[in-house]
Structure formats: C-alpha cells, structure tokens
Design a binder for this molecule. Structure first.
Ligand code: IMP
Length: 186
C-alpha cells in the first residue's frame, strides 16, 4: 500500500510557482518573438511545468519531448544518462528551448545540450524550473530559471521520489527525505 503524502518542509507554494511560471512565460514570449520556437521538454519531471508554461506563452511554438533516465539512487544521479524516448522530429533550424524540472549536478543537462547541439538547431537555450547549485559538478548556463533551492530533495509539481508525489501542485521535501538533523523536535 502507498504511503500517504507527508510534507517534511514546504519549499514553494502553488501560488508562488504559478506567479513565477507566468513571469517566465512573459519573458520567453518577449525573447522569442519572430523566432521559430520549438519547446523540448524533458520527461517525466517537466511535464506539469511545461504544460503550465505553454498555456502562458504569447508566441507560436511547437512542442516535442525527450524521456531520459539517469542512473543512480532514488535521490542522487550518477551522471550516466540514457535516452528512453528520443525526439519525434529533427530540430535542425529551430530555436530550441530545452525545458527541465531541476538542475542538480548538471550532468543530465550537460549530456542533453551536447546531444541537441549536434543536431544543428538555430539556437539552444535552457529553462529550468528549479536550480540546486550546491551539488553542481559541471557548469550549466540557465537562460531561464524559476527558483534556486537549497540542497534538499524536492518533490511535487512533476518531480518525484521513487515515482511518487509528482501530482502535488506545490513543491516540498517529503518527511521521509528529511535528514536526521532536519527532523528536529518542534
Ligand atoms: P542532475 O543530472 O544531477 O542535474 O539531475 C537531473 C535529474 O535528477 C533531474 O532531472 C531530476 O530528475 C533528478 N533530480 C535531481 N534533484 C532532484 C530533486 O531534488 N528532486 C527530484 N528529482 C531530482
């Protein structure tokens, strides 16, 4: 039987996320006016973010999806990335906006940007909802970033822990992911 949703620490409320997503969409709409925008979302984590972002874009856009899996434990990626589902169409000549849920070590985005540049887009920018800079192993230039968060395991709004919590409309640290020191007694 599944465990019920137990919030260890609230990181970002639904209202905070929605306001920021609207701001990002305005900025992206402004920057991509007159361009040939192709939004490439990384599944599964970015599925809710990209759906909300898409509805606030004021410019025409095409959409495609990549599914990747990074090896490692439930809370730490090893940096080895495997493409589970590749793009349906060529990105050649498109102004590609790669949409991710979170950048942690940066290894996944490093791999994906190299793979996408090799396919000759007209341009390539990165938009990530969350940025966890504390554990970065390779530098990643985020053109659009929703929020920087501390080094904690965040779930909700598309992000999961062991396949769970993706459907929560807010972002939080599950009680089961708090470290001993964070559990406190208040
Ligand atoms: P990176 O390669 O270490 O930058 O991690 C990229 C992937 O690891 C993300 O796309 C997520 O799927 C996963 N990840 C990293 N940190 C978190 C987190 O705090 N919550 C949920 N997933 C995470």
């Amino acid at each position: 039987m599944d465990k019920k949703l137990e919030i260890g620490e609230m990181l970002l409320t639904e209202v905070t996320i929605q306001n920021r997503v609207r701001e990002l969409a305005w900025q992206i709409s402004h920057d991509y006016e007159g361009k040939r925008l192709l939004v490439v979302a990384v599944l599964k984590g970015a599925f809710i973010f990209v759906a909300d972002l898409a509805r606030h874009l004021q410019v025409p856009a095409a959409f495609d999806f990549l599914a990747v899996c990074s090896y490692g434990s439930a809370t730490a990626s090893s940096g080895e990335v495997r493409i589970l589902k590749d793009l349906d169409e060529s990105v050649e000549g498109w102004d590609v906006l790669l949409v991710e849920d979170i950048v942690d070590t940066g290894l996944t985005l490093n791999y994906l940007t190299q793979s996408l540049w090799a396919r000759r887009p007209a341009s390539l920018r990165i938009c990530s909802l969350l940025d966890k800079p504390a554990r970065r192993q390779v530098p990643v230039k985020l053109d659009y970033c929703g929020f920087q968060i501390p080094d904690k395991f965040a779930v909700g709004y598309g992000l999961d822990f062991d396949g769970r919590y993706r459907n929560a409309p807010f972002i939080f640290v599950p009680a089961e992911c708090l470290t001993e020191g964070e559990k406190g007694c208040d």
